[in-house]
Design a protein around this ligand. Structure first.
Ligand SMILES: NCc1[nH]cc(CCC(=O)O)c1CC(=O)O
Length: 312
């Protein structure tokens, strides 16, 4: 007799289905049980409002969490950057699997790079973080382009460029990789130009705190380095707001040789003022000998900024 299937709650978008399908396969392997996808529509999927207005409340995750709490699904897969930084007591992020490419990328007409865009170019993005940093980049490099607020799934956003409505769109490399469209990228944006959102490229596999058996099974999918890195990144976000919804960006790029070194940026969407600073955690040396628990405490420690924020 086959064991009862585990129910995985997922959003319906092509990207969500792709990432949930990948997690479903891995969970099925570690548990030996079939995994069935349960499609759930979230407010973020149906609302046409701008992300800057609605993004602060976890609009992409609330309905999934409600389904978990009601026992309609056994676990859920979220994009980590979409979940608020305060964790409800009754839910546990049991696994953060190995992260995809955290960078933002551009898809432009005529395969142009960001630096080659003509004066007055129109760049589509609904993310306040991307707008702010692109506008700051334009100001400091004497460039002139306009950021245009757009929303929609990957196909819709790329469509703005292929149909000729916009000169460029900015998306996450991770999402494009997951749906197999990374060959359309025309420029991988350096993290010095646009810092990714905290947790970008990582997934969070969440279940209920009382499901000890499933928590233990899901722990096998957890990647220690990804968990430490994203925890450090998220410690910079204002509490309870998902990383994708505000202009803070933070990325722990330089490790594993020293401590965790984090860079963060904050900007108004006009592009000014922008503060960037480097922050560092106490160096966990020799980190490889430290226990999992010790690493978590390092990742959770508040950032110590080595320099005062300075405008760029
Ligand atoms: N807020 C939307 C969102 N949430 C997660 C991703 C994909 C990237 C990821 O998995 O971090 C995207 C789309 C985008 O930023 O282009």
């Amino acid at each position: 007799m086959t064991e009862k299937a585990l129910r995985l709650g997922t959003r319906r978008s092509k990207l969500a289905m792709a990432q949930s399908g990948q997690v479903a396969e891995a969970v099925s392997q570690v548990t030996g049980r079939p995994v069935e996808l349960v499609e759930i529509t979230t407010y973020g999927d149906v609302s046409r409002e701008h992300l800057a207005q609605i993004g602060g409340t976890g609009v992409f995750v609330a309905a999934l969490r409600e389904a978990l709490a009601r026992g309609e699904v056994d676990f859920a897969v979220h994009s980590l950057k979409d979940i608020p930084t305060t964790q409800p007591d009754e839910l546990v992020v049991a696994a953060i699997p190995v992260r995809e490419d955290p960078r933002d990328v551009m898809i432009t007409r005529d395969a142009l790079k960001l630096t080659d865009l003509p004066r007055g170019a129109r760049i589509g993005t609904g993310s306040p973080r991307r707008m702010a940093q692109l506008n700051a980049y334009a100001r400091s490099h004497g460039m002139d382009f306009e950021t245009v607020p757009i929303r929609g799934n990957i196909d819709t956003r790329i469509g703005y460029v292929t149909k000729g409505d916009l000169d460029a769109v900015v998306l996450a490399a991770a999402g494009l990789n997951r749906v197999g469209r990374s060959d359309e990228v025309t420029d991988f944006l350096s993290v010095d130009t646009v810092l990714p959102a905290p947790g970008q490229g990582a997934l969070a596999v969440e279940t209920t705190a009382d499901n000890a058996e499933l928590i233990a099974a899901l722990a096998e999918l957890d990647d220690l380095f990804t968990r430490a890195a994203v925890t450090a990144e998220r410690s910079c976000s204002p509490p309870s707001r998902p990383a994708a919804a505000h202009p803070w960006a933070r990325s722990p790029i330089s490790w594993p040789t020293g401590g965790l070194s984090r860079k963060c940026a904050c900007a108004a969407s006009s592009g000014r003022p922008t503060a960037r600073r480097w922050c560092s955690c106490p160096p966990p040396v020799p980190y490889l000998r430290r226990t999992r628990r010790r690493w978590r405490s390092v990742a959770n420690s508040p950032p110590r900024c080595s320099r005062r924020a300075r405008p760029v």
